[in-house]
Design a protein. Structure first.
Length: 383
């Protein structure tokens, strides 16, 4: 997670801060970077239900070791360009996309019940560690881009060592598992998802939420802090750390209330609080208020993403869990670049402030749909 957080910061800063690309090209780059990972994510979900997650993830971490080293060599010899940023982003995103569903499904194999607590703890720990990657990205002016990239490769390699600590017996493929047939198993997983209304509704609403929430974070927010508040890489990194600190704090707060009886209700309430946050950022307030809004946005994101994942992780049928999770993660991650290209274009055509308006309106729509067309407001978890 430190390597992935660093990756997200690096791509954003290389495009916005170093190459000074306009919003449309930033959004397009984010979209292109994410595309291969989307396709591989669904196959990762299918294979994750049939393969030993431990050995699979160790191999994928070692694969992620190479792209940052190649990028460091390329920057040192050829310099930085729009195309090399996209190719670098694609290579890391493809490995990350393939590995995320097996990693998520592995939680259910290594935990002994209490999946809500496990989801909150794993989210909190990984986000906390991820802050180190963001801090490292903020030191790019002091260390140099090449050394930051080499450090990223080391982080991915260390991740392989961490997974190797897991006892092999906990992650082996079940004895009655059939050989993997990715296409047919993917179709089977989608059919099961469609016949599970609550999980289907959560994934759909979370996808709509992520389009304008994550899209605004990846494109609109960097332009806001660099243009309206004259941020350099170090200041942007600090603000990103503040954002994720808010997310971590909210997840630690959730630990006092898990297992939660109505996570769906909390998910919908968070949509309304985001309306207030986006309204504050739209107004381009004084720096101190912008920082407070950033903290609130991070807390909102932490609760929204964790409650959504709780409901999917606990509601997905065990035999299809990795495949259902792959659809959930795909929806979350694919929404971000889709929102990035839409909001990046809007920033170029209108203004940075205009980029927050779609998210504000979408949050209201999601709240209304959640109450009137789904059972998320009334559903109870557990017995």
């Amino acid at each position: 997670m430190a390597g992935i957080n660093l990756q997200q910061f690096l791509v954003t800063w290389m495009l916005v801060g170093m190459l000074a690309e306009p919003g449309t090209r930033v959004g397009l780059a984010q979209f292109l970077i994410a595309l291969p990972g989307f396709a591989l994510m669904l196959f990762g979900g299918s294979i994750g239900d049939r393969r030993d997650g431990r050995s699979l993830l160790i191999g994928l971490h070692l694969m992620a070791f190479a792209p940052p080293l190649l990028m460091a060599v390329g920057v040192a010899t050829l310099g930085l360009s729009y195309l090399t940023v996209i190719l670098f982003g694609i290579s890391v995103a493809a490995v990350a996309g393939f590995s995320e569903p097996p990693r998520s499904a592995l939680l259910n194999r290594v935990t002994h019940g209490h999946i809500q607590t496990t989801v909150v703890l794993s989210t909190t720990v990984s986000a906390s560690i991820g802050l180190a990657g963001t801090w490292l990205g903020g030191r790019i002016d002091a260390f140099g881009l090449e050394w930051v990239l080499i450090s990223q490769a080391m982080l991915f390699g260390t991740g392989a060592l961490a997974i190797a600590v897991i006892a092999p017996g906990l992650t082996r493929m079940p004895a009655n598992a059939r050989p993997s047939r990715p296409l047919s198993e993917l179709a089977d997983g989608l059919r099961v998802l469609w016949r599970t209304p609550k999980v289907r509704d959560v994934i759909g609403l979370n996808f709509l939420s992520s389009i304008f929430n994550a899209g605004a974070w990846f494109v609109v927010y960097p332009f806001l802090v660099t243009r309206a508040y004259a941020a350099d890489a170090a200041m942007l990194a600090i603000l990103v750390i503040i954002f994720f600190t808010g997310s971590i704090a909210s997840n630690l707060g959730l630990l006092r209330f898990v297992p939660m009886a109505r996570p769906g209700r909390l998910f919908l309430i968070m949509q309304i609080t985001r309306v207030v946050i986006f309204a504050i950022l739209w107004a381009q307030p004084p720096l101190w208020l912008m920082v407070l809004a950033t903290i609130g946005w991070g807390m909102n994101m932490g609760i929204t993403s964790t409650t959504a994942r709780m409901m999917v992780q606990s509601g997905a049928p065990e035999a299809h869990r990795s495949r259902v999770l792959s659809v959930f993660i795909l929806g979350t991650l694919s929404a971000a670049p889709l929102g990035a290209i839409l909001l990046g274009t809007l920033v170029d055509l209108a203004s940075v402030r205009a980029g927050f308006i779609p998210g504000l309106l979408a949050s209201v729509v999601i709240f209304i749909i959640g109450i009137t067309a789904t059972t998320l407001w009334t559903d109870r978890e557990g017995p």
